[in-house]
Design a protein around this ligand. Structure first.
Ligand SMILES: [Zn+2]
Length: 248
């Protein structure tokens, strides 16, 4: 057996068992082994790694480990510049989410971002969609992110959807694409403005008396107006847009 000394930095520690956090880890392995394989064997999906160094030099995921190597593993937050990028730049504003992240999908849509999500989205379909449509796969399932074909993925740490949105946009922000209230929160369709008279027969008289601006989702045919719920959501959006961490 060969042995390498691993050190995981910053928030990668959150993905390790408590006893292995913030310390050097002696890891035994059978040669030959790639650094990617040995990182995932310790519970860290490759999608969470932004910079890899072996004995102080940047390497790629396919680098073969040698006995006695010292491996430093960094997440995106911990680095300013990567001399050897591990993957192409992420597709901006394009996501696919696993079926447990329905509220996060709605909040991304609220910001105008393209967030593909279905209530029943089998795990085996998520990876091909993420790769085929060039989307960032968002999930809390580390095993799903360890699939080799996934290029861009994010392991969502927060459990509260209101905290998940800033977390995701901090890492995968796309400020130039933020267009609040431009998408249907239910189906991801792009909303279109529609004259009141065209939807009058679908509205309650009390709604028509109070509101005169309407939008329709051409995908699911829902009619929307700026009711109390929308006013509440405007407050959330204003808070998110003020967050300097999301402005990239
Ligand atoms: Zn819709």
């Amino acid at each position: 057996m060969a042995t390498a000394r691993f050190r995981f930095y910053a928030e990668l520690n959150e993905l390790l068992p408590r006893a292995r956090r913030q310390r050097d880890i002696l890891h035994e392995f059978r040669s030959p082994a790639t650094v990617e394989d040995r990182i995932e064997a310790q519970g860290i999906p490759h999608t969470e790694v932004e910079l890899l160094q072996v004995n102080g030099s940047p390497v790629g995921f396919a680098h073969r480990l040698q006995d006695g190597d010292r491996v430093s593993v960094y997440p995106f937050l911990a680095i300013l510049e990567n001399p050897l990028p591990l993957r192409p730049p992420y597709p901006r504003g394009r996501f696919v989410l696993d079926q447990h992240l329905s509220k996060l999908a709605a909040y991304l849509r609220l910001m105008g971002l393209d967030a593909l999500h279905r209530p029943c989205f089998p795990d085996q379909e998520l990876a091909p969609v993420a790769v085929g449509e060039d989307r960032v796969l968002l999930t809390r399932d580390k095993g799903l992110l360890m699939r080799k074909e996934i290029v861009h993925g994010g392991c969502v740490r927060a459990t509260d959807p209101m905290a998940q949105l800033p977390e995701v946009l901090h890492r995968f922000g796309a400020r130039e694409l933020y267009a609040p209230f431009s998408r249907c929160l239910v189906c991801n369709g792009l909303l279109q403005s529609i004259p009141e008279e065209d939807v009058a027969d679908r509205l309650l008289p009390s709604t028509r008396a109070r509101y005169h601006d309407y939008w329709i989702c051409p995908t699911c045919d829902r009619v929307l107006w700026a009711g109390p719920q929308v006013r509440r959501m405007r407050g959330w959006v204003a808070t998110w847009l003020k967050d300097p961490d999301l402005s990239h």
